[in-house]
Design a protein around this ligand. Structure first.
Ligand code: GRF
Length: 215
């Protein structure tokens, strides 16, 4: 049968290459890998980079046959030198999008200017509440009744870039910091592949700092 020229071609286009940056266990990396394997995310992980050789997530990536590399920030005389090396490695891999997934280094304009609008982060709070480290503990200690997760674009201001997606979870009276963090993590894993797909589809635009996806 001759295929109709009206058939969609998006699903057979080459999957866009992405880079994933980690520092630790890599459960969000795993969620991205699983979404790709299950056909929920049309992308290819071109490289997984870590600033720490002991990041547990590196083993997940290696076991899956992904290209992994360690760029240890302590091996460089300055933040700028570290970021130049990181950017060089990502440019070599020709990534169209960089996904921070528990990457515990702040990225300065030196890095971000190489990849304008091309860096995403997942954060375990409903931003702009509780930026920075230990966001789940901050939310729990503050006594909020609703917590959540945010995927946002990375800008030089910490955890303050345009928001791509958010999801809320309830905070229960029986919660500990750990049980709340676990409930938030489920939403991080659900949201991140969805947000990556939205950004890769390139249908979004910025209206001020509001990220809008036309229907
Ligand atoms: C996640 O909670 C993420 O939101 C935060 O760091 C944690 C990383 O977890 N930025 P993992 O390494 O993806 O398991």
């Amino acid at each position: 049968m001759v295929p109709s020229s009206l058939e969609p071609t998006a699903s057979i286009s080459a999957p866009p290459p992405i880079g994933v940056l980690i520092s630790g266990r890599g459960s969000n990396l795993q969620a991205i890998m699983t979404a790709i394997d299950e056909g929920r995310l049309h992308a290819r992980i071109a490289v997984v980079l870590s600033n720490r050789a002991d990041a547990a997530g590196l083993a997940r990536a290696t076991a899956a046959g992904l290209v992994v590399d360690v760029v240890d920030h302590r091996a460089f005389p300055s933040r700028a030198d570290f970021e130049e090396a990181l950017a060089r490695r990502l440019r070599e891999a020709r990534v169209s999008l960089i996904c921070l997934a528990g990457f515990m280094r702040i990225l300065s304009p030196v890095f971000l200017e190489y990849f304008p609008g091309q860096v995403l982060n997942v954060h375990p709070s409903l931003l702009p509440a509780f930026p920075g480290i230990d966001a789940q503990r901050q939310a729990w200690a503050h006594g909020v009744k609703v917590a959540g997760a945010t995927v946002h674009m990375v800008t030089p201001d910490l955890d303050a870039g345009p928001i791509v997606l958010q999801a809320a979870v309830p905070v229960l009276e029986s919660d500990t910091e750990d049980s709340l963090a676990a409930r938030i993590l489920v939403e991080e894993h659900r949201l991140y592949p969805l947000a990556i797909a939205i950004v890769l589809e390139q249908r979004w635009r910025l209206d001020g700092r509001r990220l809008v996806v036309p229907r």
